[in-house]
Design a protein around this ligand. Structure first.
Ligand code: GLA
Length: 372
């Protein structure tokens, strides 16, 4: 068992004074490329982070959730209450909506995915809850079905109009691979990503400028994309082409250009990974950042600063990852260069008066699983 799963087990024992029936966990995710394409029916390429949310679960008279991180117990909420308990409650709600046979449970959660950083701590708690309930009640749902259910919980219960990427990544990613997901057909393909073998690492910089998706321009960007598709008589921007852009103007044109070029970049990035051409892969990451900064306008001074510093200190590529508006950026770097880059980032952020960032490197880890 991983340390975080031990922590959930310990919390369950201490809090409910018995042994759980099952322990499960699910990771946060880092999207390598393919940003703001999921809700346009396009392509994304996330991988699982090695930081997870774990849950220990058993039966009870009334459903109760305990968080070891917040040190509080909360009952199942009937509707959104604005706390961490909305996520497991949303999953229970979505399962009940599908008339799945559940009984009351007690569950203890422990997490290590930074909150509000764009690393999908919310998808991780949803996925951990879903896979635990699926295992406990022998629902026999496939992981893809659980991902769609978790997205429904996030959209309809929590009230964030997110796409399918985060929940899919948390449930379906595998160690040492990235997941190419066609967000229209939901076809998922594992793409080998053995960075360690190539002497490379992914460095994440959490700018600690935290954002709640609901409170950012996320929903507004989504609406702009829907409008741009409507202008072209399309259901989704996935089907738009560069030649269509002169039918748009202003903001709509910029948003559409990002989505069209970003979808193409994801497919090129997959080709580059198949060829093990990490130089080309890195250049696509950097091009994605420029497009997110200039056309989609979701970057921040901190994210831009990290990308600039990384590219000036021999990173192969760098970009913001996740929705933007704060949160995290990533850089593809030679393993031996990480120490120098880390120091430069810390120094430069301090000199610019930015909040001290949290940086760490990782290798693609495994998706949601039942561990006991
Ligand atoms: C958030 C959403 C995802 C996706 C990204 C942007 O993480 O939850 O569905 O839209 O933003 O790529």
């Amino acid at each position: 068992m991983r340390e975080i799963e031990q922590r959930a087990l310990q919390a369950y024992r201490e809090h409910f004074l018995e042994e759980p029936l099952l322990i499960a966990s699910a990771p946060g995710r880092v999207n390598l490329i393919g940003e703001h394409t999921d809700y346009n029916g396009g392509f994304v390429l996330p991988c699982a982070l090695d930081k997870r949310v774990a849950v220990a679960i058993g039966l009870s008279d009334h459903t109760l959730f305990y968080s070891a991180d917040f040190e509080e117990t909360r009952p199942l909420c009937e509707k959104r209450g604005g706390s961490w308990a909305d996520y497991p409650s949303g999953v229970v709600w979505a399962m009940q909506e599908q008339c799945l046979a559940l009984q009351p449970v007690q569950a203890a959660f422990a997490g290590e995915v930074p909150l509000g950083s764009g690393l999908s701590s919310s998808a991780a708690i949803e996925a951990a809850t879903a896979i635990a309930l699926d295992g406990l009640f022998h629902l026999e749902m496939r992981k893809k079905g659980l991902a769609v259910l978790c997205q429904h919980a996030e959209n309809a219960f929590v009230g964030v109009n997110s796409g399918i990427m985060d929940q899919y990544a948390s449930l379906l990613c595998q160690a040492g691979t990235a997941l190419l997901l066609d967000c229209r057909s939901l076809e998922a393909t594992q793409i080998p990503l053995n960075l360690a073998e190539a002497g490379l690492a992914l460095l994440i910089c959490d700018t600690r400028v935290s954002r709640e998706l609901g409170a950012t321009g996320y929903n507004e960007r989504r609406l702009a994309c829907e409008r741009a598709a409507y202008t072209l008589g399309l259901k989704e921007l996935r089907d738009a082409h560069l030649e269509d852009l002169d039918k748009h103007c202003g903001e709509e044109q910029k948003r559409a250009r990002h989505v069209i070029t970003e979808n193409a970049r994801v497919l090129q990035a997959v080709q580059a990974l198949h060829r093990q051409d990490f130089g080309a892969f890195g250049r696509l990451l950097s091009a994605s950042h420029r497009s997110l900064r200039e056309d989609f306008e979701v970057s921040t001074p901190e994210l831009d600063a990290f990308v600039e510093i990384a590219l000036h200190s021999s990173a192969l590529g760098a970009r913001l990852t996740g929705a933007g508006f704060g949160g995290c950026a990533l850089a593809l770097v030679r393993s031996e260069d990480t120490g120098v880059l880390l120091r430069k980032v810390q120094q430069s952020f301090e000199a610019r008066g930015f909040t001290r960032p949290e940086c760490f490197s990782f290798q693609p880890a495994s998706g949601a699983e039942i561990v006991k």
